[in-house]
Design a protein around this ligand. Structure first.
Ligand code: ADP
Ligand code: MG
Length: 255
């Protein structure tokens, strides 16, 4: 019996049903324990393989996405801010905008939850079978500038270009020179028709031109982006500041 199971495991591996191969002894024991019919047995076996494959696929896509941290939309406290309603969050969560290749621009001062929302939507997209990539503007410029001689940058840029959703965080934090602006423009040009973009920034699009130092390029980039875009403006106080730890007792500042 043991030999036969081993042989079957090898055959499953040969057929690239690796997960079933590993789990076979357990599945066989359950089949005996619960007196599964042939049909039930086959169903359980195949369902297991498909479920594990999907889980591994999600793990792989999560790894590729390179999120700086994992925070879900569930962890976003709607009542702590005034910029998005529950209905709007739910609408974003349904990802129709992603299917229709809309772009999102999240604007607002630091600490209001722009990155959190972007990551939450990215996680949601991955769960639903999409591929997502997260990159800060600084990292992106570095990738673009080093792609010719760094294989690592090449691979990451390839994944970004293959993603259904590309999150570019902290757009325009740094001033770009002409060459950087050109590289960025070409990337956006490659991306904007094939994928959805989420851009976060503390400056509105009207301020982007001066940072790029080239109004012409900026107009061209914006022209492409603003065609199908939803702009979400956060005008709350910083969540970080509101919830910061204090060295004073909370009720001691009376006088
Ligand atoms: P931003 O990108 O706008 O600077 P972040 O998304 O990095 O801000 O948010 C700062 C921190 O505060 C993060 O840890 C984030 O999870 C948390 N945060 C911000 N807004 C909320 C909120 N409404 N509910 C829960 N956590 C929040
Ligand atoms: Mg941020």
């Amino acid at each position: 019996m043991g030999d036969t199971v081993q042989q079957l495991q090898d055959q499953f591996r040969h057929l690239r049903m690796v997960e079933t191969a590993k789990e076979l002894p357990v599945i066989l024991r359950q089949a005996e324990q619960f007196s599964w019919t042939y049909l039930e047995f086959l169903q359980e076996l195949l369902t297991y393989e498909l479920k594990r494959r999907e889980e591994k696929n999600i793990e792989k896509r999560l790894h590729w996405a390179k999120f700086p941290y994992h925070k879900t939309l569930h962890e976003f406290h709607i009542d702590e801010q005034r910029s998005l309603s529950t209905r709007q969050i739910n609408q974003l969560k349904e990802l129709h905008w992603l299917e229709q290749q809309y772009h999102l621009i999240l604007l607002g001062p630091p600490g209001v939850g722009k990155t959190h929302i972007a990551i939450g939507l990215g996680l949601e997209a991955i769960q639903k079978g999409f591929q997502a990539s997260f990159v800060t503007m600084g990292e992106l410029i570095h990738l673009l500038k080093t792609q010719e001689y760094l294989r690592k940058s090449q691979i990451q840029l390839k994944r970004i270009k293959e993603s259904d959703l590309v999150i570019i965080d902290d757009l325009m934090y740094m001033a770009m020179d002409q060459r950087e602006a050109n590289l960025f423009f070409h990337l956006i040009n490659d991306l904007y028709e094939r994928s959805s973009l989420i851009l976060t920034s503390n400056k509105g699009p009207e301020g982007w031109g001066e940072l790029v130092g080239d109004q012409g390029i900026m107009t061209a980039i914006l022209d492409r982006l603003l065609h199908r875009v939803e702009v979400i403006q956060f005008d709350d106080d910083s969540y970080r500041l509101k919830h910061r730890l204090t060295i004073f007792e909370r009720d001691s500042v009376q006088s």
